[in-house]
Write a protein that binds this ligand. Structure first.
Ligand SMILES: NC(=O)c1ccc[n+]([C@@H]2O[C@H](COP(=O)([O-])OP(=O)(O)OC[C@H]3O[C@@H](n4cnc5c(N)ncnc54)[C@H](OP(=O)(O)O)[C@@H]3O)[C@@H](O)[C@H]2O)c1
Length: 305
């Protein structure tokens, strides 16, 4: 049997990180699809040797620690999930956001090259301005509207041509802080919710994204790839479907427009930034499940926590 691939994961305690670490160990994370194996291969517990590094264990902005760690470990693949993800806070904290999402990503890429490791990093639909009026493909023109999107795009641009950049959107994990948990908690307290019906995107379930990343670790395709669950929706659509599953009445969710949000969020967001996964499917990989299926799985897993 060939030797295990040695994989370093940064930001391993985030919502995608927790699901990726399970998946690499051959364990289905909570809420994972029982059937989604995009490259048709189960993950064997001996396939990967994983070093999962939380923020506490490796600060990716500390170039010297990154270099020392990679020189000691000699990874085959590095998956960077560490990121400054507080989109609204970033508007008043640009230099720290840039340091993590841009400068550190560039340095990780260089450090990977120096030890011969393949580098995979995660980017976002917020690199787009949302003006296209249809779903986005990998070669579409970018035009971020907020600091977070600009720093993630700068991080992409600091990567080497052979690196793999996975753009994803509206990520929701069973173990992360995200909108579905907010909706479910409000429903449990018999409270109503208001969600915008003028921001359209693609929800991505962390367990499905984690399994897709395993495919990227195996294949090392290089270049930019869009990875999201199938089907676009507004936040209102997602809240409405979640409310229906939780047996809430028709008044549970009120649709509002972005300019009705009070207070107005500091960061502008694209009106329509859904990601198309045609390139992913064209590579022969199974499409990610539809978003309704993801909501159902997340709620079922949440109920069992
Ligand atoms: N969440 C979304 O909706 C979304 C959408 C599109 C793309 N993405 C991208 O997907 C990737 C994974 O996101 P996620 O949802 O898993 O985010 P997350 O839950 O916020 O996890 C990010 C992790 O990065 C860590 N981190 C922050 N600064 C760091 C640093 N300097 N060094 C090392 N670790 C650091 C955080 O640790 P602390 O919490 O301890 O700081 C956290 O564990 C990110 O690249 C993100 O930009 C996310």
């Amino acid at each position: 049997m060939s030797r295990a691939q040695r994989v370093v994961v940064t930001g391993a305690n985030g919502q995608v990180g927790l699901d990726l670490i399970d998946t690499l160990a051959g364990v289905r994370p909570p809420g994972a699809s029982a059937t989604f194996e995009p490259d048709g291969r189960l993950v064997d517990s001996r396939e990967f040797e994983v070093l999962a590094l939380s923020h506490h264990e490796l600060d990716i902005t500390d170039d010297e620690s990154v270099r020392r760690s990679f020189t000691n470990v000699r990874p085959d693949v590095v998956v960077n999930l560490a990121a400054y993800t507080a989109v609204d806070r970033a508007e008043s904290d640009e230099s720290n956001c840039f340091a993590v999402n841009a400068s550190a990503t560039g340095f990780l890429s260089q450090a990977c090259q120096s030890v011969g490791a393949h580098f995979i990093t995660i980017s976002t639909d917020y690199v787009f301005d949302g003006e296209k009026g249809a779903g986005y493909v990998e070669d579409d023109a970018t035009g971020p509207l907020n600091v977070y999107g600009r720093t993630k795009l700068a991080g992409e641009e600091l990567c080497a041509p052979d690196d793999t950049i996975v753009r994803t959107s509206w990520v929701m994990g069973v173990r992360g802080r995200n909108v579905l948990h907010v909706i479910a908690s409000r429903a449990a307290q018999n409270e109503r919710v208001r969600f915008v019906n003028d921001q359209r995107g693609t929800a991505t379930f962390a367990a499905d994204l984690a399994r897709a990343i395993v495919t990227m670790i195996r294949d090392r395709p290089g270049g930019r790839w869009h990875v999201a669950n199938v089907g676009d929706a507004t936040w209102y659509d997602i809240a409405r479907y979640t409310g229906d599953l939780l047996e809430q009445g028709p008044d549970f969710v009120t649709a509002i427009s972005t300019n009705e949000l009070d207070p107005a969020p500091p960061a502008a967001r694209p009106a329509r930034s859904d990601l198309l996964i045609d390139k992913w499917c064209g590579a022969g990989w199974e499409p990610l499940p539809g978003w309704h299926d993801g909501v159902e799985r997340l709620l079922a897993a949440r109920a069992e926590l």
